[in-house]
Design a protein around this ligand. Structure first.
Ligand SMILES: Cc1cc2nc3c(=O)[nH]c(=O)nc-3n(C[C@H](O)[C@H](O)[C@H](O)COP(=O)(O)O)c2cc1C
Length: 306
């Protein structure tokens, strides 16, 4: 059977529904021999700010029983270096590139978008309003529907490209933030970012991460992410969702799609297997073939609720 893996997230067409997640695939060019970016549905860049950031002090990653906690603190090369150094190479390769945007203030989100608007070859933007391990920005916008709607609307006015908003699982009311992003003009919602967490060293009696707290990712968060995708899908059924959290296999992708996702992102799995996103695409195709699914997009929201 010839399975069709192509899908759409709003107006954005993807050859397959598997993207590499922000912060786990660099700027799309680090893992070329394992996973060429053009072979994926797309790549989401590490969160870009107007100027380079050094991130948090180390240690800033710790492994857990079923995933990892990170407190990178949004280290990045800055939007200018990305546009000059990485983007031309991604463009030549034909990769679908979504820029993950981060700022400490609303104006900084705009600065990143304005700089990128001068460039061809970008598929869209994903606003990171949900980073749990920086002191300013990120969560301040992602937890409160009022500033979130404003930030989304300001960014919406700055671009005609697809605009995704990445939701926080740590927000007190997830559905309220989803609705706020949609009211502000988001084309799609990405969910979830990492879950606020900590690790403690029993010998030293201190937190393991220099930052104290970090964000949990990997298989441990998958059931939480699935529940959240389903809840948001029920609340705003017309809005395309990009599911993310602990995806490691093609079967995991199907679960997210059934819960309402049109596409997915793979993050932590890449740390263990840099070719994971490609393997997951192949497994997805085999799953569809075995289950006589002609087109993966037809599964979106297909969960049979009891
Ligand atoms: C080391 C690391 C860095 C990350 N950096 C970002 C980032 O810059 N922007 C962002 O929106 N999400 C970032 N994330 C969150 C991931 O994109 C993803 O939402 C989360 O890890 C859940 O997916 P996973 O379980 O497949 O990793 C980061 C995650 C990790 C593990």
């Amino acid at each position: 059977m010839n399975v069709r893996l192509d899908t759409t997230v709003g107006s954005l067409k993807l050859t397959n529904p598997v993207l590499a997640a922000s912060g786990t695939f660099g700027y799309g060019l680090d893992l070329l021999e394992f996973c060429p970016p053009e072979s994926l549905g797309g790549v989401v860049t590490k969160g870009l700010s107007p100027r380079p950031r050094r991130g948090n002090p180390t240690p800033r990653i710790v492994e857990t029983a079923a995933g990892m906690i990170n407190a990178i603190g949004l280290q990045n090369i800055g939007v200018e270096a990305f546009c000059r150094e990485a983007l031309p190479q991604l463009r030549v390769r034909g990769a679908v590139v979504v820029v993950n945007v981060f700022g400490e203030r609303m104006e900084e989100y705009l600065e990143v978008i304005d700089r990128c608007e001068a460039e061809d070859g970008l598929a869209g933007y994903e606003l990171n309003v949900s980073c749990p391990n920086v002191t300013a920005g990120g969560m301040e916008f992602g937890h409160d529907p009022v500033p979130l709607e404003r930030l989304t609307a300001i960014c919406r006015a700055a671009t005609r490209r697809p605009l995704w908003v990445k939701l926080s699982p740590n927000a007190p009311d997830l559905v309220a933030t989803a609705r706020a992003a949609v009211a502000g003009g988001a084309d799609a919602l990405t969910l979830i970012n990492t879950v606020r967490a900590m690790a403690i060293d029993a010998d030293t009696r201190r937190p393991i991460l220099a930052n104290g707290f970090g964000g949990l990712s990997g298989p441990a968060v998958k059931p939480i992410a699935l529940r959240m995708v389903w809840e948001v899908h029920k609340a705003v059924p017309a809005v395309p969702l990009v599911g993310i959290g602990g995806i490691e296999t093609g079967r995991d992708v199907v679960e997210f799609v059934l819960a309402g996702a049109s596409a997915v992102q793979v993050g932590t799995a890449i740390f263990r297997d840099p070719a994971a996103p490609l393997r997951i695409v192949a497994e997805l195709e085999t799953f569809c073939d075995d289950h006589k699914v002609a087109r993966v997009a037809e599964l979106t929201g297909g969960l049979q609720w009891r």
